[in-house]
Design a protein around this ligand. Structure first.
Ligand SMILES: [Zn+2]
Length: 285
């Protein structure tokens, strides 16, 4: 499932290869991918619009839409959440036939296409013109700060931790606390912070919270630099279909039984908040 680093890599691809183009036509063939509004409404809101900027908050992506010609600035945005298996792919002429599970196709003014492909169909696209003062979709107002855009405030994290009787894993997965971290990066962050994912956050000392805050920023920045993690299922690829390389740097995630990169002991796997959790019993306390 794409998390912050993967979504940020897709966003950078959109900024580089799609922003500035206009939408000539939009075809919606998978109505589960457009479920907050009627597909006709989405198509009408997009047709002829210029794609003005690509932005992200947590795991949400959006593209600001401007009128073509004299531009009064973005008045609406196209929001995308990839969820389990969604992919946004940019293809250039000569166009290969759309792969299976292509649910939305955006034909751009240079004859290229942006395609939304999603085998599991949990992902979604919608257009909204309800924006906050910073130009963010109002519907995302419940999300916590984005660790890369807003930074991680160690003091605030400490206050949150002190008040919560939940595991560290549960805290990291809570999108209302921090937006963008999922199962994979939660495990990698815990390893980098030398903290067990099952630790009660209310038991964390000040130095441990400081390590956690630093690990969140460090792990996510390194994963963005490596263009995200592409696992064996290849569910995540970037806008041009290329895999990321951060999977080569995973210390614990998906490595149960393999040696810890720090101490060589086998990595353990357990379950927390209904998800798998991977850790080293010696390096993480
Ligand atoms: Zn270890």
């Amino acid at each position: 499932m794409p998390e912050l680093p993967e979504v940020e890599t897709v966003r950078r691809g959109l900024e580089r290869f799609v922003v500035g183009r206009s939408m000539r036509e939009v075809f919606v063939t998978g109505t589960r991918s457009v479920r907050r509004q009627h597909p006709d409404e989405l198509v009408a809101a997009l047709r002829g619009r210029r794609l003005d900027a690509a932005r992200r908050w947590g795991k949400y992506l959006w593209i600001a839409l401007a009128e073509t010609g004299a531009s009064p600035g973005p008045t609406a945005v196209l929001v995308c959440h990839l969820r389990m298996s969604g992919q946004l792919l940019k293809v250039s002429p000569p166009l290969a036939p759309p792969p299976p599970h292509t649910h939305v196709r955006f034909v751009l003014d240079d004859e290229s296409e942006l395609r939304f492909v999603d085998p599991r169909t949990f992902g979604e696209l919608f257009v909204t013109d309800e924006l906050d003062q910073a130009g963010r979709p109002a519907v995302l107002a419940g999300l916590g700060p984005d660790p890369l855009l807003d930074g991680v405030d160690a003091r605030r994290l400490g206050e949150l931790a002190a008040r919560r009787r939940v595991s560290l894993k549960a805290l990291l997965l809570d999108q209302k606390v921090l937006a963008g971290i999922g199962n994979l990066y939660a495990d990698e962050i815990c390893f980098a912070a030398r903290l067990r994912p099952g630790r009660l956050v209310s038991s964390l000392g000040r130095a441990e919270v400081a390590r956690l805050a630093a690990a969140i920023g460090d792990v996510l920045a390194a994963a963005v630099a490596a263009r995200g993690s592409t696992l064996r299922d290849a569910r995540y690829v970037d806008l041009l279909g290329e895999a990321g390389s951060y999977q080569d740097h995973h210390a614990v995630y998906g490595r149960a039984g393999e040696p810890c990169p720090r101490c060589d002991r086998p990595i353990l796997q357990t379950r927390l908040v209904g998800r798998s959790a991977h850790y080293c019993a010696r390096c993480q306390r």
